[in-house]
Design a protein around this ligand. Sequence first.
Ligand code: ADP
Length: 385
Amino acid sequence: MNSYVTSDFKLGIICGGQLGRMLGIAASNWDITTYVLDAVENCPASKTCDVHVLGHQMNYDDVYNFGKQVDMLTFEIEHVNLEALRKLKAEGLKIFPDPELLAIIQDKGLQKQFYAEHNIPTSPFELYQSSKEILRAIDSGKIRIPFVQKSRAAGYDGKGVSVIQSASDLPKLMDTQSVVEEAISIEKELSVIVARNESGETKCYPIVDMVFNQEANLVDYLMCPANVSEAIEYTCQQIALNIAEKLNLVGLLAVELFLDRTGNVIVNECAPRTHNSGHHTIESNYTSQFEQQIRAILNYPLGDTKIKTPAVMVNLIGEDGYSGPVYYDGFEHVLGISGAHPHIYGKTDSKPFRKMGHITVLGQTLDEAERKAIEIKRNIKVISK
Ligand code: ADP
């Protein structure tokens, strides 16, 4: 068995946003040396990794040269130059999750086709080349409004998604290769994170409820445990485990699901990495999602995913109307709330709706945690000085 828990082992992390930052903190607990590739000089992970290499994750040379400096590669983002990863893998570098898995997830069209091929429940869809083609399909009755259009490439945090509720929304169509899928009547948005190591051991986290800020299309609150029946939780976890097996995952997979108004669970999309919907695990579960990713990619036994205490996670999102050096107004008030754990990502400037940090708040019960989360939301504002 390999021992990676030595200062000599170099773990490469592609991109150094908040996920890379928190992964770096978890790695440093085991004295793993972390290298981060990120094009931004003072990116969030630059303060928590050992070596920050400046470079862009979509640039072939940057990724290839970065891979040559480390013993293993992992990611905080799925949009990475695949050709460089394939070359590095062919030359013997361990890359987790596998580049071919990333190839499927990077492209929302291939991702949907993967679900369809493996009988994984997802909303009915078709692939289109352009907005013109979509308009023709509407005219011919092939597409019915309402529907949701998703850009196949690089959609991130709602930016590549157009919800067409009525004909008046048609100017919002994106003129790009896209997935057009049936609009679901959503009762709840749920998420479950599954881990799998090279030996095939798997572990699922308890599922969480995500409550969205409609304007920014970002998660506002996240509640764990989710307020759903055991049967729904079981269904979500079985779906996640099935996807992880079918993808031959090594690492973490966050599976976003919809519970529709008729009680069906369907997959929205997956991310092969740590996820915003798992931040609470740092304080509220036996093993954090970040430590779990490290365990999985190093082929160590996976950690216990049980909940220690109910939790609500509040994203700290830049207030609309403020751009510039960040100021967390009300931070001290939050520190007075029992069980509140702020995580500030270290982004120097706030912008409207930018994710700047999060606060996990614990409670004896979910109700108690929710009450505190509402107080937190009322009292902290991310503004600029
Ligand atoms: P992103 O990758 O940008 O986060 P998602 O695919 O998660 O994009 O979509 C963003 C949001 O749009 C979802 O969280 C959900 O609220 C809404 N949405 C996405 N697909 C559908 C759908 N088929 N029906 C209804 N709402 C949807």
